[in-house]
Design a protein around this ligand. Structure first.
Ligand code: CAA
Length: 380
C-alpha cells in the first residue's frame, strides 16, 4: 500500500491550485452575488485540459486518470465550487458517458469539442416528479422510425443555459418500465427545445441551473446512446463516476474552509493570545483535520477503484455520502471559528457553507447513497 502521490499527480494538483488561486479567487464573491461565470474562465479551464481530464487524447482529452481528476476537483473546489461543478458534470457525466457508450461518429462529432472545452455539456435526468426516483421518467421519446420525438420537462440542470450538448434521458416504452428508457444527444437550438430562466439558488450561484422544456423535439436516431432501452443503465453507470467528482468537490469545499479557519485562528487574538491557542478552537481544528483526511481517503479509494477497473458503485457512494457530510459540518465550524467575520461575505466561509449543502443533494441525495451502499452491503 502506498499513500503517496506520484510526481505527475503533484504537478497536476499544483497546476490546479495555481489556477484556482490566480484565476478563480479574484471575483469569486462578485460572481456568487451576480450569479455569473464568464465563458473566458471556462475556456481557460479547457485550455488547461480540465474539461476532458480522463478523455483519450485522440478525442481531444487530457488522458489522465481518476486520481488526477479528484486532485483537480479538490483544488478548484477549495476556491470556487461553481467552477468545479461545471468541470465535474462535463467530465464525468457528459464526456465519460459519450466516450464509454457513444458510437465513433458521436465521439467525433461531440466528444472532441466537449473534452477540449470548445463546447460544454449537460446531463438531463431529473424532472419535477423524478428526482431521487429516477425510473419515474415522464419525459417521453417516441420512436418515429428514423427519429425520436421528445416531449417533457427537465429540472435543476447544471450548465443548463450555457451548454451546447445535452444528454437527455426519456421514456420510449412505458410498458417496459426502466428497460424502456433511452438516452439521447440533443443539440442546443433544436426546434422545440427551450431553456427556462436561471434558478436563484442558495449556493453554487455562479453555476447556471435551469429548467428545460422539450416540445415535439425531433432527434435523429443516430443520437440515441447505446442499444434501445439502455438509457437507465447509462444514467446509473455514468452517475457512479459523477459521484466521485462531487465527493471530490465536497472534499475541496471542506478543505478550503478548514485552511481559511486555520489561518484565521493563527492571526485572530482573543483573551491575550491567538485563538488557536484556546482549546475550544484547537479541538475544532483537530476534528476538522481528522474528518477531512478520512473523507480524502474515501475519495481517493473511489478514484483508485475506477483507475483499477474495479466496480466503484459502492466506493463512489460512500465517498460522496461521507465527504458531503464533512463539507456541511466543517464549513459550519469554519464559520464558527471566524465568529462575526464568518458571517460576512469577504471572509469566504459563509459562501462555502452555502455551497456545501448541494453536495448532499445532487447526483443522488445522501439518502440515495445509503440505498446504494445498503443494497451493496446486503448483497455482499
Ligand atoms: N449500474 C448499472 N445498472 C444499475 C446501477 C448501476 N450503478 N444501478 C441500478 N442499475 C440497474 C439495476 O440493475 C436495474 O436493472 P435490472 O432490472 O436489469 O437489474 C435497474 O437499473 C433499476 O435499478 P433499481 O431496481 O435498483 O431501481 P430503483 O428504482 O430502486 O432506483 C436508485 C435505484 C439507485 C435509487 C436510482 O433511482 C438513483 O440513483 N436515483 C438517484 C438519481 C440521481 O442520482 N439523480 C441525480 C440527478 S443528475 C445531477 O444531479 C447532475 C447535475 O446536474 C449535477
Amino acid at each position: 500500500m502506498d499513500f503517496s502521490l506520484t510526481e505527475e499527480h503533484i504537478m497536476i494538483r499544483d497546476a490546479a491550485r495555481d489556477f484556482a488561486q490566480t484565476e478563480l479567487l479574484p471575483g469569486v464573491i462578485e460572481r456568487d452575488n451576480a450569479q455569473t461565470f464568464p465563458d473566458e474562465l471556462v475556456k481557460k479551464m479547457g485550455a488547461l485540459g480540465f474539461m476532458g481530464i480522463m478523455v483519450d487524447p485522440k478525442y481531444g482529452g487530457s488522458g489522465m486518470d481518476a486520481i488526477s481528476y479528484v486532485l483537480i476537483m479538490e483544488e478548484l473546489s477549495k476556491i470556487d465550487a461553481s467552477a468545479s461543478v461545471m468541470v465535474s458534470v462535463n467530465n464525468s457525466l457528459v464526456c465519460y458517458g459519450l466516450e464509454t457508450y457513444g458510437t465513433e461518429e458521436q465521439k467525433q462529432k461531440y466528444l472532441t469539442k466537449l473534452a477540449s472545452g470548445e463546447s460544454i455539456g449537460a446531463f438531463c435526468l431529473s424532472e419535477p416528479e423524478a428526482g431521487s426516483d429516477a425510473t419515474s421518467q415522464k419525459t417521453t421519446a417516441i420512436d418515429k422510425g428514423d427519429h425520436y420525438v421528445i416531449n417533457g420537462t427537465k429540472n435543476w440542470i447544471t450548465n443548463g443555459g450555457r451548454s451546447d450538448v445535452y444528454l437527455v434521458i426519456a421514456q420510449t416504452d412505458r410498458d417496459k418500465a426502466h428497460k424502456g428508457i433511452n438516452a439521447f444527444i440533443v443539440e442546443k437550438g433544436t426546434p422545440g427545445f427551450d431553456i427556462g430562466p436561471k434558478e436563484d439558488k442558495l449556493g453554487i450561484r455562479g453555476s447556471d441551473t435551469h429548467t428545460l422544456q422539450f416540445n415535439d423535439v425531433k432527434v435523429p436516431k443516430e443520437n440515441r446512446i447505446g442499444e434501445d432501452g439502455f438509457g437507465f443503465k447509462f444514467a446509473m453507470k455514468t452517475l457512479s463516476g459523477g459521484r466521485i467528482g462531487i465527493a471530490a468537490q465536497a472534499l475541496g469545499i471542506a478543505a478550503g474552509a478548514y485552511e481559511l479557519a486555520l489561518k484565521y485562528s493563527k492571526e485572530r487574538k482573543a483573551f491575550g493570545t491567538e485563538i488557536c491557542n484556546h482549546q475550544a478552537i484547537a479541538f475544532k481544528l483537530a476534528d476538522m483535520y481528522t474528518e477531512i483526511e478520512a473523507a480524502r481517503m474515501l475519495v481517493m479509494k473511489a478514484a483508485w477503484d475506477k483507475d483499477q477497473g474495479n466496480n466503484y458503485d459502492m466506493s463512489s457512494a460512500m465517498a460522496k455520502l461521507y465527504a458531503s457530510k464533512v463539507a456541511m459540518e466543517q464549513t459550519v465550524e469554519a464559520v464558527q471559528i471566524h465568529g462575526g467575520n464568518g458571517f460576512v461575505k469577504e471572509y469566504h466561509v459563509e459562501r462555502m457553507m452555502r455551497d456545501a449543502k448541494i453536495t448532499q443533494i445532487y447526483e443522488g441525495t445522501s439518502e440515495i447513497q445509503k440505498i446504494v451502499i445498503s443494497r451493496g452491503v446486503i448483497k455482499g
